[in-house]
Design a protein around this ligand. Structure first.
Ligand code: FAD
Length: 517
């Protein structure tokens, strides 16, 4: 089978099994498995693949307790194993080996919860947390007690799945324990003065306790908020099987001073640091620029000179650089000449770009985390929003003919110069798959937002995930509650509100000059 016929790829948040990996994966596994046996030529399977991917994404954080997998019975190497498992129709869903289902995301997710909860103790997956409700006798004595961790009690109607889903959502996080209780437990409900369900009651490590305020009583809101409590962090995938002991607040190992900042702002210091690094470090590895490289560089400089909102001296530098590049008849320029200009060797008044890295919104809790890639995303988000706000800014630049000029320039920059080659390959794949569907400036803003979230999903829990800034769907409910909704029990974005939020967040008026040189 060619790659084009495959319904699932390694990029999808699930495990692709084959005859040689099926048994080693599921037997003696510390987790349960939900496996879809499909056939890549079956029309239903093709249609259902997007639902299955949505489900896998939705329960990605549950994987220590229950994993989602697929096996393609149309591949010759899998013929025997599908026969052994008696797969006669596609798709067939098996929980290790039992019943067949063909269901929507919410129903499968609830089925997964039931499977986990109804496992007999003997074959209980090692990593499955207790999912049964606790009684007021167990919970009320915890009030006022000090602890190393937060305890969140989800109090809900007996037929609600929210509590169990939130428990599983937080499975990979340390610093918080989630328990559930039922609305029918009168002493508990009365003591905690809970009148609406589901609710989360939060016991703080210092012994105080309060209601957790959420804008919407949805699983996504509860889980997102609990993940952002102080000291709560995702265990890295490599040590996810280690004890559930809570680590202390991550200390910032950076030799730099920590700069306090507001996550709802964008800092010009990050944008300037991005340009400093890009111009003086990333591009400086190219001793000369010619041909395609020179064109990509010129377009990048033009774009920034026209759309950069954050400060006169940077714009002046980019304009000077752009004029200089356009006036040069040369097909090939030594990069040192660009550096001389960037460093203002010509002493042109008003031209300046800070010559040090000052990460603020892009600070990492350790050296090597966040920094430049974070600032590059930020810069391009700002440029898409700026282009949306100033439709005519690119007139007479040669870029105005492109439908999504900011994305096109970004794509070419990433492909040609971005130091992370693998990132460039991923981004190029995504651009080739869907960038041509972007038809206007609004879609340009949203495409980049969506693409960035795809990368966040993929990298969550990886080694580049900073525990202080875990990669997660963005904006979080605390940044934009109206961006989030639920449809048939599945989290969905309200794209109109996301666009409104992005325009504000990455707009010129939300740029903070604090820490800027
Ligand atoms: P970042 O993901 O860098 O995000 C920076 C800031 O942007 C966040 O703090 C948040 O305020 C905001 N933000 C987050 N999500 C969104 C969103 N959806 N829309 C708008 N704003 C948002 N690393 C890899 O390991 N593999 C890759 O394949 C890879 N591909 C990359 C492709 C590109 C084009 C770029 C620029 C970077 C890529 N990286 C990749 C790096 C990775 O995406 C992160 O930039 C890096 O790990 C630093 O992460 P961070 O925590 O600072 O957050």
């Amino acid at each position: 089978l060619g790659a084009a016929a495959r319904l699932y790829t390694d990029e999808d948040p699930l495990v692709i099994l084959s005859s040689s990996t099926l048994k080693p994966t599921v037997s003696n596994s510390s987790s349960a498995w939900l496996i879809q046996f499909y056939s890549s030529w079956c029309g239903h399977c093709i249609q259902y693949s997007s639902t299955w991917k949505t489900l896998a994404q939705d329960v990605k954080d549950w994987q220590q307790a229950i994993g989602v997998a697929v096996l393609d019975c149309a591949q010759e190497e899998n013929f025997d194993v599908c026969k052994e498992y008696s797969i006669k129709f596609y798709p067939t869903f098996k929980v290790h080996s039992c019943t067949e289902y063909y269901l929507q995301v919410q129903a499968v997710r609830q089925l997964m919860v039931n499977i986990l909860q109804n496992h007999t103790r003997l074959d209980w997956p090692n990593h499955c947390p207790p999912l049964d409700p606790l009684s007021s006798e167990k919970l009320l004595p915890l009030l006022g007690q000090r602890s190393d961790v937060f305890t969140a009690i989800v109090v809900e109607e007996p037929d609600s799945y929210v509590g169990r889903e939130v428990i599983l959502d937080l499975l990979q996080y340390s610093g918080v324990q989630v328990k559930r209780a039922l609305s029918t437990d009168r002493p508990l409900v009365e003591s905690l003065k809970i009148t609406t369900f589901p609710s989360v009651y939060l016991l703080h490590p210092n012994g105080t306790h309060t209601h957790l305020h959420v804008e919407k009583r949805l699983r996504f809101f509860f889980s997102s908020l609990l993940r952002t409590l102080p000291g709560v962090q995702r265990r890295l995938m490599s040590d996810s099987s280690s004890s559930s002991q809570v680590e202390a607040l991550p200390h910032k190992q950076s030799p730099e001073i920590w700069r306090e900042f507001d996550r709802s702002k964008v800092y010009t210091a990050d944008l300037e640091s991005a340009l400093h690094y890009l111009l003086r470090v990333e591009l400086a590895t190219h001793s000369t620029l010619e041909g395609e490289e020179l064109k990509v560089f010129k377009d990048f400089v033009t774009l920034v000179s026209k759309l950069y909102p954050g400060g006169g001296s940077v714009v002046k530098l980019m304009e000077t650089l752009s004029d200089w590049l356009l006036s040069l008849p040369l097909q090939r320029i030594p990069y040192q000449a660009v550096l001389d200009l960037v460093n203002n060797k010509m002493r042109i008044s008003g031209v300046h770009l800070g010559a040090e890295l000052r990460w603020v919104g892009c600070q990492g809790s350790k050296v090597g985390l966040r920094g430049y890639p974070c600032s590059l995303w930020t810069l391009f988000h700002v440029l898409t929003v700026q282009h949306d706000a100033m439709p005519t800014a690119l007139e007479n630049t040669g870029l105005e003919g492109e439908t999504a000029p900011v994305l096109q320039v970004m794509r070419r920059y990433i492909r040609t110069f971005f130091g992370c080659e693998q990132c460039g390959r991923h981004f190029e794949q995504a651009a080739a798959a869907s960038m041509d569907r972007v038809l206007d400036r609004e879609q340009q803003v949203l495409w980049l937002w969506n693409q960035h979230n795809m990368v966040n999903y993929r990298l969550a829990g990886s080694l580049s995930d900073d525990p202080l800034f875990p990669k997660a769907p963005w904006p979080s409910p605390s940044l934009c509650a109206s961006c989030h909704e639920e449809k048939s029990g599945v989290h969905v974005w309200n794209q109109d509100n996301v666009l409104r939020f992005l325009r504000h967040h990455y707009g010129a008026s939300n740029l903070s000059p604090t820490y800027s040189l």
